[in-house]
Design a protein around this ligand. Structure first.
Ligand SMILES: [Mg+2]
Length: 463
């Protein structure tokens, strides 16, 4: 995984050292020697990550970080602050400015590279989600665009897996003032997996050494591989100075780490940043899913639309070639539907379409696909179906429509509705779905000519 990294430091030698290390690992390196230069380059060249010196003349690192994080064009770029001395106050200040982490000089390679890999991975995932979001917008399928400043709820659910119960209680009480955080604690890995599979939290806080309770790193890797917990934030607690475990945790998929003994203000800032990140990616993901759903579902009836039905039909036909079993296609067309709209208005017409869809769905098998392919035209695709079964099913559908009147606000006795159906059988290996649709259409016209409210099988239509 490559990436473009901006190194900001006022001392040329420091920049050279970092540049050499990063370039040797095949990262593309940009350089800036002061805050102003850094901001300009960040906007213009859009790096994937920024390594930012704290002590600089004019603007210091905190000010630069704040400026970058408050500008829409650069807010999404992760920042690692680099400083000679890291004390708790500075660390907190940096995190509050929006920095993702701190590294102290001289830089430890293990800490540097594990952090860089981790932040780049998170950034690329978010970039990809944003791209999909914009693609669906470009297709005209989209919901409103997301802005970086979009208000997100701050509250989140946290699942704590501490080293032991007393340590966990200490953390819980330190966080108790923050009402927006809902903390749950479990004392072993199995319980964590159990609980997470029922109600996944926004963020896990897991100690790397769970002692007799299990291995924190193994738990991290397990949670990352499961669909329900894959996207949760994951903060690893590692013993003070244990860079090796921290690096391993980040590579296994932890999104952040904190040293034990824990500075609770630092934990809170890191928690909030993970919650926010999770909410942004959840929202992007939901947006994409919603949009895809909107693209294939008819909003009135909740049935699949033509686009989806045709795609699915090709799959049914391919599967039939494999299994050697025939499949059936039906086209259903409501009789005289135009008159319903003309006499009673479109609202009533919509009610009829919904009730019709409901009855059809209720009288077919789960594997049959019902879709609305036109105004009052529907398609049913039935896999693994013989001619006799197709005939029985279509006659049943015809009957359930005309047998009971449809509820209609204007008519106390309801409305009589009928449907004409054309059926065709797809032989195994019959790959031309469009040809089958034409045949079903011909059968449907035969039903219409036959006085409506009836079923025609394609073969008998030809006869
Ligand atoms: Mg400096």
């Amino acid at each position: 995984m490559t990436g473009r990294i901006l190194v900001v430091d006022d001392i040329p030698t420091n920049r050279m050292i970092l540049r050499a290390k990063l370039a040797a690992a095949y990262y593309e390196v940009l350089q800036a020697e002061n805050g102003k230069d850094a901001i300009a380059k960040a906007i213009e060249q859009q790096p994937d990550l920024i390594l930012l010196d704290v002590m600089m003349p004019d603007m210091n690192g905190f000010q630069v970080c704040q400026a970058l994080k408050s500008d829409r064009k650069t807010a999404h770029i992760p920042i690692i602050m680099v400083t000679a001395l890291v004390n708790a106050r500075d660390r907190l200040r940096g995190l509050e400015c929006g920095a993702d982490d701190f590294l102290s000089k001289p830089i430890n390679d293990l800490a540097l590279f594990s952090r860089v890999r981790n932040l780049l991975r998170a950034k690329f995932m978010l970039d990809e989600l944003q791209l999909r979001d914009s693609t669906t917008l470009d297709l005209g399928l989209g919901s409103p665009p997301l802005s970086a400043e979009a208000a997100l709820p701050e509250d989140g659910r946290v699942l704590l897996v501490p080293r032991d119960t007393p340590a966990g209680e200490q953390i819980t009480s330190a966080l108790s003032d923050h009402k927006c955080l809902e903390i749950q604690m479990v004392t072993n890995a199995e319980e964590a997996i159990d609980l997470a599979s029922q109600a996944p939290p926004d963020v896990f806080v897991i100690h790397a050494r769970l002692g007799q309770f299990g291995d924190g790193l193994r738990l991290v890797s397990h949670l990352r591989s499961r669909p329900r917990t894959r996207h949760a934030g994951l903060i690893l607690i590692v013993p003070e100075g244990d860079q090796k475990t921290a690096a391993k945790g980040l590579d296994l998929g932890a999104s952040d780490y904190i040293f034990d003994p824990i500075d609770s203000s630092e934990l809170i800032v890191r928690l909030k940043s993970q919650i926010r990140r999770k909410q942004i990616s959840d929202r992007l993901r939901d947006n994409v899913t919603d949009t895809l759903r909107l693209a294939v579902i008819d909003p009135l009836t909740g049935l699949y639309n033509r686009r989806y039905a045709l795609q699915h039909l090709s799959k049914i036909s391919a599967r039939s070639a494999e299994t050697g079993k025939s499949f059936a296609l039906m086209i259903l067309d409501l009789d005289n539907f135009k008159q319903v709209n003309d006499r009673h208005g479109h609202a009533t017409g919509d009610l009829v379409l919904k009730e019709f869809s409901r009855r059809i769905q209720e009288n077919l098998r789960g594997i049959d696909l019902v879709s609305r392919i036109g105004g009052e035209e529907f398609l049913v695709a039935m896999p693994d179906t013989s001619e006799a079964e197709a005939r029985i099913a279509s006659e049943r559908l015809c009957r359930v429509i005309h047998k009971t009147a449809f509820p209609c606000p204007a008519l106390t006795k309801g409305m009589q509705v009928t449907v004409s159906i054309g059926v065709v059988l797809g032989a195994p290996g019959e790959a031309d779905v469009h040809h089958l649709l034409e045949q079903a259409d011909q059968a449907l016209y035969a039903s219409k000519n036959d006085g409506r409210n009836t079923v025609t099988l394609y073969n008998s239509a030809a006869a």
